[in-house]
Ligand binder design. Structure first.
Ligand code: ADP
Ligand code: MG
Length: 264
């Protein structure tokens, strides 16, 4: 029956799946060595179109390293990463960005001598996909500042902002590049509970616009609230992958979650 087929085509969250497409991101055997240290040891991971995938694990388990490899900031020791079926793992960060990957950093990296508006506008200018002509970068910057609730901060310098606002400027900047895939590395870290709620709402709103999201997080209530699936990393290996409640019940994962909860 038609109703059944339709239900089957939708992910758990109720969003329509893109018809007949493979995963948006595919990591195969992703390995990273820093000298003698193996930070990632052959991670295989697919990220589905439109999903929110959380990366959790203790400090040093390789979460940021995986983000850095997807965004092109670290070269892989071995393995490959594909976006939309196209290999991105040999590209430079700016080339990966042009393919549709945007990110935020654990510690916001803003241009301190430029206004909030200019910070976002710059990414609207350089964020065009391929060689497509851009919409008006000023209008884009205004749009994403309003979207992130920062319209009244547009003319401020980053130094005048608190951490929560700085993190939201990073969101606006990343969104101005209109990414297919948004990578968030501990965006909630250091925020108050009500700021966490605002950020969770913002992340939901971003996903509703069709952007696929991978986020590294220690705030477990946000992981449960947001994630369609959780990937648990431990010592550079993928220990578990599944729905939040499901992975949390797995005996081999409980210690990792407890470790994360203590670290948070
Ligand atoms: P997580 O984000 O899960 O806390 P990281 O990915 O930052 O962990 O780090 C994984 C391991 O790789 C850690 O042992 C860390 O010390 C090491 N590492 C990360 N980045 C570098 C680097 N640039 N040089 C050397 N070692 C690094
Ligand atoms: Mg990290």
């Amino acid at each position: 029956p038609a109703a059944l087929t339709l239900a089957a085509a939708r992910p758990a969250s109720g969003r329509p799946a893109a018809a007949g497409d493979g995963p948006l991101l595919e990591c195969r055997g992703v390995t990273k060595r820093f000298g003698g240290l193996q930070a990632l040891a052959g991670v295989d991971l697919q990220v589905r179109r439109g999903e929110i995938l959380a990366l959790v694990g203790p400090n040093g388990s390789g979460k940021s390293t995986l983000i850095n490899m997807i965004s092109g900031h670290f070269p892989l020791s071995s393995g490959s990463i594909e976006l939309d079926g196209e290999r991105i793992s040999l590209l430079e960060p700016h080339e990966v960005a042009r393919k549709g990957v945007a990110r935020t950093y654990q510690i916001p990296r803003l241009f301190e001598h430029l206004s909030v508006f200019e910070n976002v506008r710059l990414c609207a200018v350089f964020g065009g996909e391929g060689d497509q002509p851009l919409e008006d970068p000023d209008a884009l910057a205004r749009h994403w500042l309003a979207f992130t609730g920062l319209a009244d901060k547009a003319q401020q310098l980053p130094a005048a902002l608190n951490l929560h606002e700085r993190k939201f400027v990073e969101f606006a900047r990343a969104l101005a590049a209109r990414p297919k895939l948004l990578l968030l590395d501990e965006v909630l870290c250091g925020l108050t509970p009500s700021e966490v709620d605002q950020a969770v709402d913002l992340i939901r709103k971003i996903r509703a616009g069709g952007t696929t999201i991978v986020f590294v997080e220690h705030v477990m209530r946000a992981v449960v609230a947001l994630a369609d699936r959780v990937a648990v990393l431990d010592q550079g290996r993928l220990l578990a992958l599944g729905a939040p409640q499901e992975t949390m019940r797995m005996p081999e994962v409980v210690d990792v979650y407890l470790g994360v909860a203590h670290a948070a």
